[in-house]
Design a protein around this ligand. Structure first.
Ligand code: PMP
Length: 396
């Protein structure tokens, strides 16, 4: 088939190959990036579906505006206000088909072949692939325990003059890292100083365990005059409510929002009005706080159980920072005592022992650290986590 040249820039991910093995009976999987389906608020969503059909069936079942269903945009603006984004009008956001589409629209509207974009090392694999599909030269900025190193980031921006910088500042996928408050402010200063768009992807910010994380970069932008002109923010219903709904949103400067809306129109016309009306009713019914409290509690227990089991069963063969939110433990194999140090090798051995995780290498746009791995604690209960990490201990 005479495929477009742009497909030469991307490969099927190694992770997809690994996922094929997950069908093996009895495998305990820490590989997915999914929330736990057992935690979906099915009753609440049923009520929201019924309310959507009862109150606004014409809208819920009809074609809709590309920007999104207005009652949902209003609910989302109010939801964001509850998270410290006080000055967001409903017209300041568009609804997207998951935040993945928002990232795709950012790529589509801004990246041409050879354009540079900066991402964290490591970062969300699908984003690297998506940006490369549009021909991006993806440059990596290093992170440490406090998120992206803003001094290095500044040098990279000055050198490469990227189209934009893509960050997951809060419990990043895969690193679980939290960007510190001072660095968040610094990012906004860099945006203005270098007139560079910052893309804040925030699917996990609501999933904190004990303390709330610092305000999002979007929330902080109201303290830095002019910074909102250089900031896009992607949110999603996927990690707390339901990824199957495919409801996300994007906040961006009006010009970018207009271009993204135009591109979305050619792509899917609009996000499912049925899903949007459902999400709007769910938010309107005020169920979100209780749902959030529940998922935070369950994931916190699982994160703790995984951390404890890793310390007990893998000891000095592994090092990691205990996550304070999100869905992942990001770990590094130390090779202590001559134990396996390569994440791919351990993944193969682990499958044989009946446990799966994702090796960390594909999450790097450049120079992968082969000793890394990502373990999701989201979908297995505490007993399964203990059993699975025990198997990982045997594999290592
Ligand atoms: N960004 C990040 C960092 C993610 O981890 C994910 C989901 N794995 C997404 C975006 C996309 O999520 P969705 O399209 O379901 O909103």
């Amino acid at each position: 088939m005479p495929f477009a040249d742009r497909l030469n820039n991307v490969e099927t991910s190694a992770i997809r190959e690994l996922f094929k093995l997950l069908g093996k009976p009895g495998i305990i999987s820490f590989a997915g990036g999914f929330p736990d389906s057992a935690m979906f608020d099915v009753e609440g969503i049923k009520e929201a579906v019924n309310a959507a059909l009862a109150q606004d069936p014409g809208a819920a079942l009809q074609y809709g505006a590309t920007e999104g269903y207005n009652p949902l945009r209003e609910q989302l603006a109010a939801f964001m206000a509850g998270k410290g984004v006080k000055d967001l009008a409903p017209e300041g956001l568009i609804v997207t088909t998951g935040s993945q589409q928002a990232l795709d629209l950012i790529g589509k509207t801004l990246i041409g072949p050879g354009d540079k974009v900066i991402v964290e090392a490591p970062t969300f694999l699908a984003t690297i692939q998506c940006f490369r599909l549009y021909g991006a030269d993806v440059i990596s900025a290093p992170i440490d325990a406090n998120g992206v190193q803003t001094d290095v980031l500044e040098k990279l921006i000055a050198e490469h003059k990227p189209k934009f910088v893509y960050l997951i500042p809060t419990f990043g996928n895969p690193s679980g890292t939290l960007l510190g408050l001072e660095r968040r402010k610094k990012v906004l200063e860099l945006a203005i100083k270098y007139q560079t768009l910052i893309v804040e992807d925030d699917p996990y910010g609501d999933l904190y365990f004990n303390e709330a994380p610092p305000p999002s970069i979007l929330a902080l932008s109201s303290q830095v005059p002019g910074s909102r002109d250089w900031l896009a923010h992607c949110g999603t219903m996927s990690k707390v409510l339901s990824p199957g709904l495919r409801v996300g949103w994007m906040v961006a400067p009006p010009e970018l929002l207009a271009k993204a809306t135009m591109c979305k129109q050619f792509s899917d016309a609009h996000t499912s009005t049925f899903a949007q009306a459902t999400a709007a009713q769910y938010l309107k019914a005020g169920r979100m706080p209780a749902t959030l409290a529940h998922v935070r509690k369950v994931y916190a227990e699982r994160a703790q159980a995984m951390g404890n089991a890793l310390r007990k069963d893998l000891g000095d063969a592994i090092e990691f920072v205990q996550p304070q939110g999100g869905l992942f433990v990001w770990a590094r194999l130390t090779g202590a005592g001559g134990k396996v140090k390569d994440g791919n090798e351990l993944a193969r051995r682990a499958i044989e022992k009946g446990v799966a995780f994702v090796p960390g290498a594909p999450f790097y746009a450049n120079n992968p650290d082969l000793s890394t791995l990502r373990l999701s604690f989201a979908t297995a209960d505490v007993a399964k986590i203990e059993e699975g990490i025990g198997r990982l201990g045997q594999a290592i």
